[in-house]
Design a protein around this ligand. Structure first.
Ligand code: ATP
Ligand code: MG
Length: 570
């Protein structure tokens, strides 16, 4: 491809709307343009990258026995009503009506459509396992479609669904996908980690997220320092070893102390000159069913996802000042479990191990001292409800947990019979018994993976594509387009590289060399070949990998071979 003809309009300025690096660079380097909030047009360079990621995904899906299909984007509301998700999916679902006033949705995911398909076509155990997938646009009316392709309202996803006769079959399918995802992100040249995750609203039990590690990631990953252990989890999910009460301290009598105006853990700790670790933090929540007091140690944060799962509720919100006053009889900041009525008390196990702790007293400007769980208050539910932090012990081996930030590029779920039961997808086993099909679902954000690759691989000058997913592998730049010999040599080498199957761009635009170098860095070609006067006189060209910037000289004779070798190492 000649740079002159390539439709990749670059921008000198960073567009104001772009907050994250991948968004800025995709716009600046001419990969995408915004059509509406969270909706983008992919230009030729982006299409090349997306096709490469898709091809890797396709090969790995096929390798595990996946068969590609294509389901409709437009989905009839009846399917969603049957599964019960029409009402619970909420405003994220793009809804529309046809000319007959019938309801439809733009597919955010395809469990309903595929389960209905399989319900009609699969009726015997002999037809399973079955792995079906597609790669297409998905639609989610995200609350905050910021961050460019990382969170679009229209985005490209690969979604595979597995159908098995039982849990053992699902386990096999799940492992296959885990393996496929590992190969995919490895082949894409990305640094990533599979982590245990929360199954959230989609339901099901086991689930892993595949996280591309990048400082700009929204998710926090906790992983074990001990490589042989390998434990890694999203911090929404991470757990801890069971607590033991090993304190030998004697229980002191409970007393009350004035703490005027001290509402937060920090204020109370400072005022009483104690450590936050000795305070029990009491936070009131409201669910659709009840009011809940959640207790964690003062230096900990409540993990609302764990709390939501513990309570089995759909909605969980911080209680308002009015509710707090009603339940505790005090203003916000003075709630405590002693004598607390009219709400369910959920405590983290760590709280139960505390001795002579400090809590709110349910009276304004007062706290209780020497509070002892069980002696002074009862707990309704004891469950891990707190955020795990780096530095704490690994639940598997006890080594230290470390922390990293990640971008979720894929997730795999064991769905079990959630959808097959709701939609009546059953099969007959050997003895003629009708049983629900056991399902799994497995997604990869293809467009998000492109953006995540940039978040992980860039510098101040632009993108640094891993060679496997770069839009082109090589750019050939004649330093002076006025020098006919340089241009002729550049064209010859360009031609030879193309014939060797290397995706190459020749930048023979009549621009200054500096401009071309800048654009090459911005677009992120893995390898730059510069053709200056030496190249002509000595038959030697400069090779410069984008990532290292280290220049080496290479003879022009067998350049193809040298370039291929360099590219496989990039
Ligand atoms: P998130 O928590 O980031 O909103 P999700 O858990 O809802 O994502 P899944 O339903 O697991 O997403 O979808 C599978 C994959 O699709 C995700 O791992 C992600 O890579 C991609 N994806 C999901 N939502 C978006 C989006 N709005 N824009 C781009 N990619 C997305
Ligand atoms: Mg997910």
């Amino acid at each position: 491809m000649r740079a002159k003809e390539l439709f990749s309009p670059t921008l000198r300025e960073v567009p104001a709307e772009a907050e994250v690096v991948s968004h800025q660079l995709l716009l600046r380097a001419g990969f995408i343009r915004r059509t509406a909030a969270g909706v983008y047009t992919y230009l030729p360079l982006a299409i090349r990258v997306l096709k490469k990621i898709e091809q890797i995904v396709r090969e790995e899906m096929d390798h595990q026995g996946g068969q590609e299909i294509m389901m409709p984007i437009i989905q009839p509301a009846e399917l969603w009503q049957e599964s019960g998700r029409w009402d619970v999916y909420g405003p994220e679902l793009f809804r529309l009506k046809d000319r007959h006033d019938r309801d439809f949705a733009l597919g955010p995911t395809h469990e309903e459509v595929i389960t209905t398909l399989v319900r009609g076509e699969v009726n015997s155990y002999k037809q399973m396992p079955l792995l079906l997938y597609q790669i297409q646009n998905k639609y989610r009316d995200e609350r905050r479609p910021r961050f460019g392709l990382l969170r679009g309202r229209e985005f490209i996803m690969k979604d595979l669904y597995s159908f098995d006769r039982d849990a053992a079959g699902l386990e096999v399918s799940y492992r296959k996908m885990h393996e496929a995802y590992t190969s995919i992100f490895k082949r894409c040249g990305l640094l990533f980690r599979p982590v245990e995750a929360d199954s959230g609203a989609i339901g099901g039990s086991d689930t892993h997220e595949f996280m591309v590690l990048a400082d700009s990631g929204e998710a926090i990953v906790l992983y074990c320092n001990n490589q042989a252990c390998g434990y890694a989890a999203n911090n929404e999910k991470a757990t801890l070893p069971a607590e033991e009460n090993i304190s030998g301290e004697t229980l002191k009598p409970l007393i009350r102390a004035a703490t005027p105006g001290c509402r937060t853990v920090e204020e109370v700790a400072q005022f009483l000159r104690i450590s936050p670790q000795t305070i029990i933090k009491t936070i009131l929540y409201e669910t659709e069913k009840e009011v809940v007091a959640a207790l964690v140690r003062g230096d900990r944060e409540i993990n609302e996802i764990k709390l939501l799962n513990t309570l089995g509720c759909l909605r969980l919100e911080l209680a308002g000042a009015k509710t707090v006053q009603q339940i505790t009889g005090a203003a916000v900041g003075f709630a405590g479990p002693v004598g607390l009525k009219g709400c369910t008390i959920v405590a983290d196990p760590e709280v139960l191990a505390m001795v002579n702790a400090v809590t709110g007293s349910n009276t304004d400007d007062t706290h209780c001292l020497n509070v002892n769980p069980t002696r002074d208050f009862e707990v309704n539910i004891t469950k891990d409800i707190r955020m795990v932090q780096a530095g704490e012990p690994c639940p598997h081996c006890g080594s230290q947990l470390l922390e990293a930030k990640g971008i979720e590029v894929g997730q795999i779920f064991k769905l079990g019979d959630k959808y097959s039961k709701a939609l009546g997808a059953t099969y007959l086993d050997e003895s003629g018994h009708s049983l629900p099909i056991i399902m799994g679902c497995y997604g990869i954000g293809v467009s998000r993976t492109m953006a995540a690759a940039i978040e992980q691989n860039h510098d101040n000058n632009g993108i640094i594509w891993p060679a496997a997913i770069a839009p082109f592998q090589v750019v050939v730049i004649p330093v002076s387009t006025k020098d006919e010999k340089q241009v002729a040599l550049a064209r010859e080498l360009y031609q030879r590289l193309l014939e060797a199957g290397i995706e190459t761009v020749i930048d023979d635009r009549p621009e200054r060399a500096g401009v071309k170098f800048k654009d090459a860095d911005l677009i992120g070609y893995p390898l730059r070949i510069t053709i200056g006067s030496k190249a002509v006189s000595e038959n030697r060209v400069e090779l410069q990998p984008r990532r290292t910037g280290e220049v080496t000289l290479a003879p022009t004779q067998n350049l193809e071979k040298i370039v291929l070798e360099m590219l496989t190492a990039l």
